[in-house]
Design a protein around this ligand. Structure first.
Ligand code: ADP
Ligand code: MG
Length: 481
């Protein structure tokens, strides 16, 4: 029997922190500003300029550490990671190395509905580098420009243990981690703008082996889809190399989105290549218990806690809960609506089908929705009170959503209120019965399915406004004769 192989994945995530100023100076972190407008001698690396640690960065890092069950170290050290790159003006990056702020945590994920614990090795703070802007296509580019706005924007590096066994698990972990950071209000999670980036380390080994295989590190992954594809490709590539008697080399590989293939970029550098040493311009960071406890007290409800609460408090299916809590603003929208219209499943249904469709179509976040929770609660109340039918509710949804209209006023202005007056309905029914004598005969001869046909005809005449329950009763009664 041929050996079977399994993938082993460990992820390094870099998350931009939502502080207003940079990690070691007061320059702004704003994204997309005029190149080099958010710079100063410190983040430009000019001689003699000294770094001062931004306390907010530490607050945020502690928040992330506590939310991922890490130990927050009383003492941690900043170090210099030395390497040369044109967008790294100091010739080194200030990072944490041997003594990071947070260690040994974990995150629970739920791939295929099953809970799995992924260990987190460390979380440390560091500064981002600047950005090179290549003029024209990179192959034909004759010069590049450098923009230091991103230089020294604060980053968290969050490193997992190699506990992820498949590309699906890797994506599940990343989505959960991203949700946690967004819930904590410390990162916007925007992958396109690079505020949430991931390098994926992957190796394969024979099923049953304890020892880890040689890994490659994948870069250039800027969507969940790319991460999943790159990992699947790389696991297959390494499996083939090993199965055919070859050896995987430790290296950094780039994913090409168009071809769905990874290419070798460079041999992986070793830590000693960076000549790390403690940053002499910064004192050791001391986080006392009081500081940690204060941050702990201020932690918001996290995705997993919210999921559990939604399951028990609202009795919703796990599927609904995962969608609703997958976005903190959507979860709030749901809760605000339920407070006004306490039927959780009905509210969830309308949010997941109608509201999400409109939000997606207009590329709008739930918190920016023109149609507010109070509007949705009003719409559902109108349906429940049989002022309009559910069908009309769905028909008018795109329009009331777009206008942000109060549904009660909207339906009255357009005469969409349901016909619940039996006499008025009887008249329409009589007309329909008179026009379809053949069908009436067939119905009376036993073809009871035709009831639906008559309902349809009356609905057509009343433009969908007949109260369905009343209509069914009246029709059944009228057709018996
Ligand atoms: P480096 O700084 O050299 O990238 P780290 O210790 O920071 O090394 O580890 C990087 C990531 O690689 C971690 O997420 C770790 O879980 C993962 N990793 C380490 N060894 C392997 C391996 N053999 N296969 C897959 N992932 C691995
Ligand atoms: Mg690393």
């Amino acid at each position: 029997m041929p050996d079977t192989f399994e993938g082993v994945i460990g992820l390094e995530v870099h998350a931009h922190l939502l502080t207003r100023s940079k990690i070691f100076c007061s320059s702004s972190t704003e994204f997309g500003a005029e190149p080099n407008s958010h710079t100063c001698p410190v983040c430009m690396g000019l001689p003699g300029a000294l770094p001062v640690l931004n306390k907010k960065v530490v607050d945020f890092a502690i928040r992330a550490g506590l939310a991922t069950n890490c130990t927050v170290k009383r003492k941690s050290i900043f170090a210099r990671k030395n390497y040369y790159y044109p967008d790294l003006p100091k010739g080194y990056q200030i990072s944490q190395y041997e003594e990071p702020l947070c260690e040994e945590g974990y995150l629970d994920i739920f791939p295929k509905g099953q809970k799995k614990q992924i260990r987190i090795k460390r979380i440390h703070m560091e500064e981002d580098a600047g950005k090179l802007v290549h003029e024209g296509a990179i192959e034909t580019s004759t010069y590049s420009l450098v923009d230091f706005n991103r230089s020294s924007v604060p980053l968290l590096e969050i490193v997992s243990e190699p506990d992820l066994a498949s590309p699906e698990e890797a994506v599940s972990y990343l989505k959960m981690l991203r949700d946690v950071l967004i819930y904590l209000d410390i990162c916007d999670g925007n992958m396109e703008e690079g505020s949430f980036r991931c390098d994926a380390n992957v190796s394969v080994r024979k099923v049953g082996d304890e020892k880890l295989g040689t890994r490659s590190e994948l870069k250039n992954l800027n969507s969940f889809r790319s991460i999943e594809r790159a990992l699947a490709y790389e696991i297959e590539r390494q499996t083939e190399v090993i199965a055919s008697g070859g050896e995987v080399v430790q290296e950094t590989r780039l994913f090409n989105v168009d071809e769905g293939v990874t290419y070798s970029m460079r041999g992986k550098e070793e830590a000693h290549d960076y000549r790390y040493f403690p940053e002499p311009d910064l004192v050791p960071l001391i986080v006392d218990e009081a500081w940690e406890e204060q941050i702990r007290r201020e932690l918001p409800e996290l995705p997993v806690q919210k999921m559990d609460r939604f399951l028990s408090e609202y009795g919703l299916p796990r599927y609904d809960v995962e969608i609703l809590t997958g976005d903190r603003a959507l979860a709030s929208y749901f809760e605000e609506t339920v407070a006004l219209y306490p039927e959780p499943k009905a509210v969830s249904n309308w949010i997941m089908s109608e509201l999400l469709r409109e939000l997606n179509n207009s590329n709008t976040s739930p918190s920016q929705s023109p149609f507010r929770p109070a509007h949705l609660a009003e719409l559902l109340t109108l349906i429940k009170d049989e002022v309009i039918s559910g069908k009309i509710g769905k028909e008018i949804f795109p329009e009331v959503y777009r206008l942000g209209a109060a549904p009660g006023v909207y339906i009255r202005e357009r005469g969409l209120v349901q016909i619940t007056d039996a006499d008025a309905l009887k008249e329409t029914i009589d007309g329909v019965v008179a026009r379809f004598p053949k069908e009436v005969g067939e119905f009376r001869g036993g073809k009871e399915r035709l009831l639906g046909f008559f309902v349809g005809q009356v609905m057509k005449e009343t433009k969908g406004k007949a109260n369905p329950k009343l209509l069914n009763e009246l029709l059944a009664d009228r057709l018996k004769r």
